[in-house]
Design a binder for this molecule. Structure first.
Ligand code: DNO
Length: 389
């Protein structure tokens, strides 16, 4: 039984159509009701309708990515109980439709963060890029967070000072928009909201956030067990605290803490090689070996870091992540499963014809098609050579 080759589809408004995905050769769809405001119950009829569209096109809806966790739950504020009940009901509604793998993250306020969405590679394709100095420019000169300078190396602060003087206003505005951007179609936040949240999370702290995650998981595990839902937490991207916000899913120790603190089978992991790979001390293969028994979903992509830890998203098979090693381990884990583990080529370069199109950052068709093709070939090679199938 091979891994389930999957593809993220943002729904009927996605410029990449289900027919495009057919041509790319995926068979599982990763989708969400992105139009639903965070925290609201996903109505059964809307889930059924999305499922119908996906299945009529010949796919299975393999994973929901994501059912977002409302900030009231992450911060365990007064209305946390209300949002937990909503979350449980959304899970029940998904399970009633037979969708039982759910991805989520517990990153405070911001989801994944980049500083450049169109970093031009030598071959002319465009990639997503993260630069600590540009983050510092945002932090020091746009957000103007108190004592932000303490969080960066001196050389980074010095360079950020220089850049802030030379960057045109339009570039600074673009940087602001990129950092404040959430998931496309789910909306951005404002500088004021970000500043207020940073204050709240300062009180909560690292250990407090870990406890809030455990509380969330404890609150939903009964429903998961009753309905056969597996939850998969997405690692922090990048895997570091940023802008003074705590991060608790950044490395092997964090992931082990998450699965051991609430030691129940549905408490699983979305193994994202690109997010983890951006961490200086993270070895993706070693992490997969440690937590593989709880991996129910995988995002496969690669990154290339420089000495400062800045990184761009490189070709799927070429970068700091040993993709061969990851695939070998993933195939070994999958061979012991009753259901295939879905994986998707996570992000791809904007390339060829897509350079002339407006696409969701990271989610244009051709770059992901290339990634999927490479990963599919790698999987077959591993299967045939290592496991002699
Ligand atoms: C970025 C994605 C993330 C991911 C969420 C999961 O491309 O991998 O936005 O969907 O963090 O909740």
């Amino acid at each position: 039984m091979p891994l389930l080759q999957s593809w993220r589809w943002y729904g009927p408004n996605d410029p990449v159509t289900l027919q495009d995905i057919k041509q790319a050769g995926a068979s599982g769809i990763v989708s969400a009701l992105h139009h639903m405001p965070h925290g609201e119950i996903w109505p059964l009829e809307q889930i059924q309708e999305r499922k119908r569209i996906i299945e009529e096109a010949g796919f299975t809806w393999a994973v929901v990515e994501s059912v977002p966790v409302h900030e009231a739950i992450k911060t365990r504020s007064a209305d946390c109980g209300h949002y937990l009940e909503n979350y449980r009901q959304t899970l029940r509604n998904l399970a009633a439709c037979g969708i039982t793998t759910v991805c989520y993250n517990f990153m405070p306020v911001l989801d994944w963060t980049r500083t450049n969405l169109a970093y031009v590679l030598e071959n002319g394709a465009k990639a997503l890029y993260f630069d600590w100095t540009d983050l510092a420019v945002f932090d020091l000169f746009i957000l103007k967070r108190a004592a932000a300078a303490q969080d960066y190396a001196e050389a980074v602060v010095a360079e950020a000072n220089k850049r802030a003087e030379t960057y045109p206003a339009s570039y600074l505005k673009q940087l602001e928009d990129i950092i404040l951007m959430g998931v496309p179609t789910e909306g951005s936040i404002t500088l004021e909201q970000l500043t207020a949240s940073i204050g709240i999370y300062k009180e909560i702290g690292h250990e407090g956030l870990r406890e809030n995650l455990a509380y969330f998981l404890e609150s939903i595990m009964d429903v998961c067990e009753e309905t056969d839902i597996n939850m998969t937490i997405h690692p922090d991207d990048p895997p570091y605290p940023i802008l003074g916000l705590p991060r608790i899913a950044s490395n092997k120790a964090d992931l082990l803490d998450i699965i051991n603190r609430v030691d129940r089978a549905p408490n699983g992991i979305c193994f994202c090689t690109g997010s983890l790979g951006a961490g200086r001390h993270n070895n993706a293969v070693e992490i997969l070996k440690a937590v593989g028994h709880r991996v129910y979903f995988a995002h496969l992509r690669n990154v290339l870091k420089d000495e400062q830890g800045n990184f761009f998203e490189s070709d799927h098979l070429a970068g700091d992540v040993d993709m061969y090693g990851v695939m070998r381990e993933l195939v070994a884990i999958n061979r012991k499963r009753e259901q295939p583990i879905p994986f998707r080529p996570d992000h791809g370069h904007q390339m060829l014809d897509d350079l002339h199109k407006v696409t969701n950052p990271g989610y244009s068709a051709i770059g992901r098609l290339r990634g999927l093709a490479e990963l599919r070939g790698l999987e077959m090679g591993v299967e045939r050579s290592v496991f002699a199938v």
